[in-house]
Design a protein around this ligand. Structure first.
Ligand code: GLA
Length: 661
């Protein structure tokens, strides 16, 4: 079930997208065949939204129409990524099983008429999902067109119904063992919340004031586990009939409902969707951020960009267009970071229905359009990169990324609304991206010894195991930067006592933080090295560390703000405030230098993105993206796979894929 078979099957990297032919007629299908050949499409995701056609009434399947499309695609040289349609149950399903509709925290039960109108914990939904997955696998498990299975679509929904409450209680019993242990973990003695029977425990539904934080955190964990269980059931139903790899397309949004690390372990191939949240160079930085996350949750293995938009930037409450050339640039940004291809949502822009204004490979204007010309050019470019298949990316720097810590930061009642996990992660990654370094994300409990530098932008919740792991990393020679409000609570959100952060990390960093002092909105402070900071400050004292910058204001005047501690063979740095952008960039540059890191391709100016993919046999390729408006000379002339020529310089806003060895 390995990925090698997928790229062998495709004869190189994947290019294509979601194909929903049921929206069109035979004349259009004929044109699709021709246009797909022109655009060098070799993989199409089929069936994502086809439940109503595949199972027009409960238990009665109609596969004839899908047979015809799979046969047609196969004859046209296009492999199929076959989806289970379970993200969009048809109206008959919800009418037959109203208890399977999702319920909001305030008790509102939703209705059908959109998509994703199901509760993942409803037994009727789970049965129906398993059944249709099995039926599809039985019919198409060894269809010659089939290259990949695509379970569901963007698992992300939440629910607070009675089915969810019952499943939550089962999960809580398994986690805590006894009601006493749960009461203790959640601190229910306070506010008189003590539970005396399991039936009293609820999902965090709408309530009068703050939810119990332990309840909120456990609900997030439970929901992710439940979602994973739903995925596994479909995957296993498929595996009973088919040996093709199975994936689910993960969304990587700015919130999180899923433990991405756990999903990474359960799929045969990590696949993700990416839609930039800002235009221009910020879109490129966002693509790099998501691509690095995808590769990291894949454990460094090749992964796949399952969806992106040809002309879609979700920003400012609008669907903004991409810049000319971005279809290729954004595709290469993902391929540079380990994607085995570039796929889009969707092949042909819908004429009607809920996603009429989402861009596509063939826009409403038809093939005589800028978008289709760029799609074709991108398809040709991707086709020239076949030799990259199976190669991987290496990073010397990691940013810590932990689902528990993220969920923990979403509970009510934290000391500042500016404590934002996603924003902290993005900022650390952006500073490293601006500095031209390739970055992995890493779990705080994993082996970190291969990284020269590790940054923990925020680790509010830190388990004992992870705290000891960070200690060993530094003791063994690593450089670790920990940022404010880290190591504060244990796995159950109970505060660490005796000073922050948690004991083993405190020794590693050689500091003790006694009091958190959030700053006022818009308040800016100056540190002794002249840098400015905002948002947060701490009453910190050194216990072995050296102070590199101190506070210069109010009661904290003269006390350390930024520290460095020589510990074992490494160094633990602590930053107790939020530096402004220039100060943070300077700190990151200093850490990169002190930790002895180097860019993948040294000698390029800022604004040129360069990532190297390495094949197991020693071959390597530099993928370059020039974000500068002028040409940039290359450190040495190299053969470029995109143009088939030897390139001495990168054109303005241009890209290249250089054969390095
Ligand atoms: C997501 C979904 C698709 C589609 C696109 C539109 O990625 O998976 O079904 O809705 O967004 O941009």
């Amino acid at each position: 079930m390995d990925l090698q078979r997928l790229t062998d099957r495709l004869g190189g990297l994947a290019f294509g997208g979601d194909y929903n032919p049921e929206q069109w007629d035979a004349r259009v299908w004929k044109e699709d065949d021709e246009l797909m050949r022109r655009a060098r499409v070799n993989l199409a995701t089929v069936g994502v939204f086809s439940w109503a056609l595949l199972e027009p009434e409960e238990g009665r399947y109609d596969f004839d129409w899908l047979d015809a499309h799979l046969d047609r695609l196969h004859a046209n040289g296009v492999a199929v990524d076959l989806a289970t349609p379970t993200a969009s149950p048809p109206p008959w399903f919800t009418l037959a099983h109203p208890d399977a509709l999702p319920v909001h925290p305030d008790g509102t039960r939703l209705t059908h008429g959109s998509r994703d109108a199901y509760c993942l914990t409803a037994p009727a939904y789970r049965r129906a999902a398993r059944r249709i997955a099995a039926a599809l696998a039985e019919r198409y498990g060894d269809h010659p067109a089939l290259a990949l299975w695509h379970v569901h679509n963007e698992y992300a929904t939440l629910c607070h119904c009675d089915h969810a409450a019952a499943a939550f209680r089962v999960w809580l019993r398994a986690r805590h063992g006894s009601l006493d242990a749960l009461n203790d973990a959640w601190g229910t003695t306070f506010w008189s919340q003590r539970y005396t029977s399991w039936e009293q425990v609820l999902p965090p539904r709408a309530t009068q004031w703050h939810h119990n934080p332990g309840q909120r955190l456990d609900y997030s964990r439970f929901w992710s586990d439940e979602t994973l269980a739903a995925y596994r059931e479909q995957r296993d139903a498929i595996r009973a009939h088919s040996d093709r790899p199975v994936t689910t397309n993960l969304m990587l949004p700015g919130y999180q409902n899923l433990d991405l690390w756990a999903f990474g372990r359960e799929v045969d191939l990590v696949s993700v969707n990416h839609y930039p949240g800002a235009p221009g160079v910020d879109a490129a930085a966002h693509a790099a951020f998501d691509a690095d996350r995808a590769r990291s949750i894949a454990g460094g293995a090749p992964w796949l960009l399952m969806e992106s938009g040809t002309n879609t930037v979700y920003a400012e409450g609008r669907v903004l267009p991409k810049e000319p050339g971005d279809i290729l640039r954004h595709s290469l940004a993902h391929i540079a970071r380990g994607s085995e291809g570039a796929l889009f949502f969707q092949w042909r822009q819908s004429r009607a229905g809920a996603e009429q204004w989402h861009s596509a490979m063939v826009p409403h204007a038809g093939p005589d359009s800028r978008i289709f010309r760029e799609v074709t050019a991108t398809g040709e470019a991707v086709a020239r990169l076949g030799e990259l298949a199976g190669s991987t990316v290496r990073a010397e720097v990691a940013v810590l990324h932990d689902s528990d810590a993220w969920w923990a930061m979403t509970v009510d009642g934290l000391p500042s609304p500016e404590l934002d996990y996603y924003a902290a992660l993005r900022r650390a990654h952006r500073a490293l991206w601006d500095a031209g370094r390739t970055v992995d994300f890493a779990h705080p409990g994993q082996d970190l010894s291969r990284y020269r530098l590790v940054i923990a932008p925020t680790l509010f919740l830190l388990s004992d195991v992870s705290a000891h792991n960070l200690r060993s990393y530094v003791a063994g020679g690593g450089t670790l930067l920990v940022q404010h409000f880290s190591g504060v609570v244990d796995e159950n959100l109970r505060s660490r006592l005796g000073g922050y952060p948690a004991a083993p990390l405190r020794e590693t960093l050689g500091i003790r933080s006694e009091e958190y002092r959030p700053l006022r909105r818009h308040e800016v402070i100056t540190l002794s090295d002249g840098s400015t900071a905002s948002s947060w400050s701490e009453s910190l004292r050194t216990e072995g560390a050296e102070a590199l910058a101190a506070y210069t204001h109010g009661p904290l005047d003269g006390s350390p703000a930024l520290t460095r501690h020589a510990f074992g063979s490494g160094h633990g740095w602590y930053l107790s405030t939020r530096l402004d952008d220039a100060g943070y960039a300077a700190l990151v540059e200093r850490l990169l230098t002190e930790a002895g890191t180097a860019p993948d391709l040294p000698g390029l100016p800022p604004g040129v993105e360069a990532v190297t993919r390495h094949a197991p046999d020693g071959r390597a390729w530099h993928l370059l993206l020039n974000h500068r408006p002028e040409a940039v000379p290359l450190p040495q002339p190299c053969h470029d796979l995109l143009t088939g020529t030897t390139l001495g310089e990168l054109p303005p806003d241009g890209c290249a894929v250089l054969r390095a060895r």
